[in-house]
Design a protein around this ligand. Structure first.
Ligand code: NAP
Length: 255
């Protein structure tokens, strides 16, 4: 039980990679709070996690990760009901599809906010809480979910790939700032995994074939495969790792 007695927050934990990560952390002993903007989705996900593990270890809190006041409300909720905060998974994110020349300034801002500003706001508010908490020593970590798109040019995703590249460097800066407090900060960059975010492409045979062709392992990934790497980065198994990015892309980068 790598996360026994620990409290973890997973932003965007109501679906996809976030939900799979919350389930894995809860299975391994953590009390997990999943956050997001849609109450019904969060409620259903928390209920599902508790049913699977047979214990009430998952709770939810409605908070938009880009809004500082809402994240502060989340921090107060944790302060009121939990014994400290050990793990933060900055997973909330999303994208639009457009080429640079066709992207409006509003679309650019939306994608930057949900993928980059959200990581900054949650890291600032919950990171501060972690530095001020009475929990001394032990395992404390922040894991930011970036993307393979943050490492290379991605067609039709200029806003998203720019934001995710920034998340990777923000992770390094935060790792330096929080190291004196014993808090590790790393990012995980998934390649292509089947989730609600990528649902549109699953029925597009041509696109799926190109994904498989461009991936050394010849298939798309699952949320559970990404969650296992996120849990590793969050756990004491990664106790000497900070400021790193873990690419989990089935070998897309090497093709
Ligand atoms: P997903 O199922 O759509 O998950 C994204 C979650 O983020 C949703 O539950 C969404 O819920 C939440 N969210 C969006 N905006 C938010 C905000 N402002 N505040 C709080 N929550 C917010 O997609 P996913 O594929 O699992 O994505 C998870 C992360 O992995 C994202 O950061 C994504 O960029 C990254 N990623 C995914 C892939 C992939 O192939 N699937 C590849 C690389 C990176 P609400 O809309 O209800 O708030």
């Amino acid at each position: 039980m790598r996360f026994a007695e620990m409290t973890a927050v997973v932003t965007g934990g109501g679906s996809g990679i976030g939900k799979a990560t919350a389930l894995l952390l809860a299975k391994e002993g953590a009390n997990v709070i999943i956050s997001g903007r849609t109450k019904e989705k969060l409620e259903a996900a928390a209920e599902e996690i508790n049913q699977v593990i047979g214990e009430e270890r998952a709770a939810y809190f409605v908070a938009d990760s880009t809004k500082e006041e809402e994240v502060q409300d989340l921090a107060r909720f944790i302060d009121d009901y939990y014994m400290g905060l050990h793990i933060v998974i900055n997973n909330a994110g999303g994208s639009l599809q457009s080429k640079i020349l066709d992207t409006s300034v509003e679309e650019w801002d939306i994608v930057q906010e949900v993928n980059l500003k959200s990581v900054f706001v949650v890291s600032k508010v919950l990171g501060k809480m972690m530095t001020e908490s009475q929990v001394i020593g032990g395992n404390r970590a922040i894991v930011n979910i970036a993307s393979l798109s943050g490492h290379k040019a991605a067609s039709h995703l200029p806003h998203y790939s720019s934001a995710k590249a920034a998340v990777i460097n923000f992770t390094r800066a935060l790792a330096l700032e929080l190291a004196p407090y014993g808090i590790r900060v790393n990012s995980v960059s998934p390649g292509f995994a089947e989730t609600p975010l990528t649902e549109w492409s699953l029925t597009n045979e041509k696109f799926m074939q190109s994904i498989k062709r461009n991936t050394a392992l010849g298939r798309v990934g699952t949320s559970e495969e990404i969650a296992k790497v996120i849990a590793f980065a969050a756990s004491s198994d990664a106790s000497y790792m900070t400021g790193s990015d873990l690419l989990v892309d089935g070998g897309w980068m090497i093709t």
